[in-house]
Design a protein around this ligand. Structure first.
Ligand code: PLP
Length: 424
């Protein structure tokens, strides 16, 4: 997209102004480049670019996060969805701190290991047995290992982001050779793509793993068809609800649409920022995990378990799962209204449900789309709203109706300013 000379100079001028806002962030990045490959961990990479958006943060409370330059933001990333209730939720962190004082990680088992499994199983469809892990990547990896042990088959078919482990990146040159023949990919929206893979490899496929947010627009019939196809070839369906599990009422997408998966993985909404993940499933499937090696030193950590028990209690008492959908829908409606009012090609939607909203420009020309996206998100951040340009957003229990209205106001002002820059 060709900008006029005056628009180009207006954009450069604004970039220079914004760069002044984030001086401490940039200084930390310069230091980090000397000791961290690339200067940041991958999930901490720049929202737009290094200079014109904040990169380092120092604290959060409720729905507000504060950067190292002293700016506050209404945060809609929530540490990639890890804070269902909002940052530093008193009851959760108190329970975690008390548990830490009791030793936290003990030599063998703790009653929490039993208590928490018992608390979680009834909340997940078909779940009769479960096991704890620390991250979503571990949970999905373990679920597939269990599926392989149960079926005696080796291949898996996947749709969605399931983590960073080798099997999740089978085409990369840095993973062991041959994974690409063991891990195949289908398009979640198109059951025909799964059908074709299963027609060819069905008897070797242990599991189909699906992150349900990949079915966009959300269409329960598609998910049921994927389950039917999977079972018709004797494979197991793993619903990867690491993002969605226990974030929405009545507990998961599977539950919501009456789908009973063979295995389910959950993590992000469990323990309000404390690391925990869970694999659960049908008894006869999970039994394959008995005696299997998937244990790790920190799997027995009870601090995150205490945090999880407290999170479950607060989320239940405050109807957080209903709240996040309600406010998410208001944000989506407001953003769509804004795009219409300003006559901008853009669309807000739940990815896939309103608790996880997203907003995308839809200019037909990719370069123009990329430019407006960049300008808009920079301006949104400069106005105190942390909205991610590439990753779906998360509403938390601490977001208020008033903050949603403020965010819509900020988005309006950011959009008007971005369009003005382009027209200058
Ligand atoms: C659906 C899904 N599965 C698995 C993962 C991996 O979880 P983690 O980043 O905790 O390893 C993610 C992370 O975003 C996810 O969204």
């Amino acid at each position: 997209m060709k900008l006029s000379a005056s628009a180009e100079s207006a954009v450069l001028h604004r970039e220079a102004e914004l760069a002044e806002r984030y001086l401490r962030s940039r200084a930390l990045l310069e230091r980090a480049r000397r000791s961290i490959p690339g200067g940041f961990h991958l999930s901490g990479r720049p929202l737009v670019d290094d200079d014109t958006t904040p990169l380092y943060f120092e604290g959060g409370r409720g729905a507000i996060i504060r950067d190292v330059d002293g700016h506050e933001y209404v945060d809609f990333l929530m540490a990639f969805g890890a804070h269902l209730l909002g940052y530093a939720r008193e009851e959760v962190d108190r329970a975690a701190a008390e548990q830490a004082r009791r030793g936290g990680l003990l030599s063998l088992n703790h009653s929490f290991h039993v208590q928490l499994v018992e608390a979680l199983l009834p909340k997940l469809p078909g779940a009769e047995m479960g096991a704890f892990f620390k991250t979503g990547s571990e949970a999905t990896t373990a679920a597939l290992r269990i599926a392989r042990a149960h079926t005696g088959r080796r291949m898996v078919v996947r749709a969605g982001y399931h983590g960073w482990h080798d099997w999740c990146l089978p085409l990369e040159s840095f993973v062991p050779r041959g994974l690409d023949a063991q891990v195949l990919e289908f398009r979640a929206n198109d059951p025909g793509t799964l059908e074709r893979i299963l027609a060819e490899h069905g008897k070797d496929v242990a599991a189909v793993i699906l992150a349900p947010e990949m079915v966009l627009p959300f269409e329960p019939a598609v998910l049921h068809e994927l389950l039917r196809l999977t079972h018709s070839h004797g494979a197991l369906l793993v619903m990867d609800e690491v993002k969605t599990g226990l974030r929405i009422a009545p507990g998961s997408i599977s539950e919501r649409i009456g789908l009973v998966p063979d295995l389910i993985t959950v993590s992000k909404a469990l323990a309000n920022g404390w690391p925990l993940a869970f694999v659960a499933g049908k008894r006869h499937v999970m039994q394959a995990a008995a005696g299997m090696h998937y244990s790790a030193t920190y799997h027995g950590d009870t601090v995150a378990m205490a945090a999880c028990l407290a999170t479950l209690e607060v989320a239940e008492a405050e109807k957080t799962r209903e709240h996040v959908e309600l406010l998410g829908q208001r944000l989506i409606d407001g953003l769509n209204g804004l795009a219409q009012e300003l006559d901008v090609p853009a669309r807000a939607y739940g990815e896939p449900l309103s608790a996880m909203p997203f907003f995308r420009f839809t200019y037909p020309e990719p370069a123009q789309n990329a430019l407006v996206t960049r300008l808009f998100y920079r301006e949104v951040l400069a106005r105190g709203f942390l909205l991610h340009p590439r990753h779906l957003w998360f509403i938390c229990g601490a977001h208020t109706q008033q903050q949603i209205e403020q965010t819509l106001g900020g988005c309006r002002s950011a959009l008007v300013a971005s369009l003005q820059l382009l027209r200058s």
